[in-house]
Design a protein around this ligand. Structure first.
Ligand SMILES: O=C(O)CCC(=O)C(=O)O
Ligand SMILES: [Fe+2]
Length: 285
C-alpha cells in the first residue's frame, strides 16, 4: 500500500474573478487602468506598441553596447542568472543599494540616449493623478529610476520562476527603508525586445500569505514558489511583445515563461517597482 503525499498548497488572498483580468490597449495609455492596478482592482494592464519600433531598436542596441551591463551569476543565494544594467535592491542593505543606484545612474541615463525613457513617461502620466510621486529615498539619497534585465538561464519551462514582488520588501537588511511601508507592489515593465513570441508573463490569482512563505522558506524573498503548487489557482497569461508596456499587481505570484529554445535569448526588460506608501507614490529598483 502506498501513502499519497499531497503537496501543501499556497494560500493567500485572491482578486475577485472580475478583477483577475488583463486589460489591453493599443498605442495609447489609459491612466485609469494603471490606477486600477496600482489600487489592487486589476491584475494587469498591457499597452501594445507603447514604445515605437525605432526606439526599441535604439534601447536594445544601447543595452548590448553598454560597458556597464554585467552578468548576474546564478551562484548567489537566489540562483537567478541574468544580464543587468542598473541597481537591484534585492538582498542588499539599504545603504549598499543606494550606493549601487548612485554608481549606476550615468550608465542608466546612457541606456536612454537617442530614445525617450518609457518608464519615466508612464510615471509622469501617473504623477498628474497623484499628490506625491518620487523615488524612494533614505537620508536624502535616492533609489534607482529603472534597470534593464535580460534573463539568461537555460530552464525549459521558465525564464524566471514563480515569485511575488512584495516579500522582498520585508528583508531585515532594509528595515530602515521607506519602501517597507508599501503593502502592494505594482511592477512597471517595458519590453524593447521580445524574440519569437516567447517570454510571456503568467500570473496566478494568489498573493501568498506569510504562513505559506515561511513554510516554503521564502519569507523575505518571495522566490521561488514551486510551480506544481500553483495548479489549483486561476492563472492568466500576458503575451508580451516588443514595444509593450505592462503593469502588474506584483503581490500576485507571477513568472516569465521560457520555451526551451535559444529563441528567447535577448528578451530585454526595462523595469522599476512602484507602490503607495500612505498617499505617496514611490519607485525603486
Ligand atoms: O521579466 C519580466 O517580464 C518580469 C520580471 C519580474 O517579475 C521581476 O523582475 O520581478
Ligand atoms: Fe516579479
Amino acid at each position: 500500500m502506498t501513502t499519497e503525499v499531497t503537496s501543501p498548497s499556497i494560500t493567500g488572498e485572491a482578486l475577485p474573478a472580475d478583477q483577475f483580468q488583463l486589460h489591453e490597449s493599443e498605442g495609447t495609455l489609459d491612466i485609469e487602468r494603471v490606477l486600477d492596478v496600482l489600487n489592487g482592482r486589476l491584475a494587469a494592464y498591457r499597452v501594445r506598441h507603447f514604445v515605437p519600433a525605432a526606439e526599441c531598436a535604439t534601447l536594445t542596441r544601447n543595452f548590448w553596447d553598454s560597458p556597464h551591463r554585467t552578468p548576474r551569476h546564478g551562484e548567489g543565494a537566489d540562483g537567478v542568472e541574468a544580464y543587468i544594467l542598473g541597481a537591484s535592491h534585492i538582498e542588499r542593505s539599504t545603504l549598499d543599494y543606494l550606493t549601487a543606484a548612485e554608481a549606476a545612474r550615468e550608465a542608466v541615463d546612457a541606456l536612454y540616449a537617442g530614445a525617450s525613457d518609457p518608464i519615466a513617461r508612464l510615471r509622469d502620466a501617473l504623477a498628474g493623478r497623484l499628490d506625491v510621486a518620487r523615488a524612494a529615498e533614505h537620508d536624502g539619497r535616492k533609489a534607482g529610476s529603472s534597470k534593464a534585465v535580460c534573463w539568461n538561464n537555460d530552464s525549459r519551462e521558465f525564464l524566471l520562476l514563480p515569485h511575488d514582488d512584495l516579500a522582498q520588501l520585508s528583508d531585515p537588511l532594509q528595515a530602515d527603508f521607506e519602501v517597507q511601508r508599501i503593502r502592494r507592489v505594482m511592477a512597471v515593465n517595458v519590453y524593447p525586445h521580445v524574440p519569437g513570441g516567447r517570454g510571456q508573463l503568467r500570473l496566478w490569482n494568489v498573493a501568498p500569505d506569510d504562513r505559506t512563505r515561511a513554510r516554503l522558506g521564502v519569507r523575505h524573498s518571495g522566490y521561488p514558489y514551486p510551480p506544481e503548487l500553483l495548479t489549483d489557482h486561476a492563472s492568466l497569461t500576458v503575451p508580451v511583445a516588443t514595444g509593450d508596456l505592462c503593469v502588474i499587481n506584483g503581490n500576485l505570484v507571477h513568472a516569465v515563461l521560457g520555451g526551451g529554445s535559444a529563441a528567447e535569448r535577448g528578451r530585454l526588460l526595462l523595469t522599476c517597482f512602484t507602490g503607495l506608501a500612505g498617499d505617496e507614490f514611490l519607485w525603486w529598483t
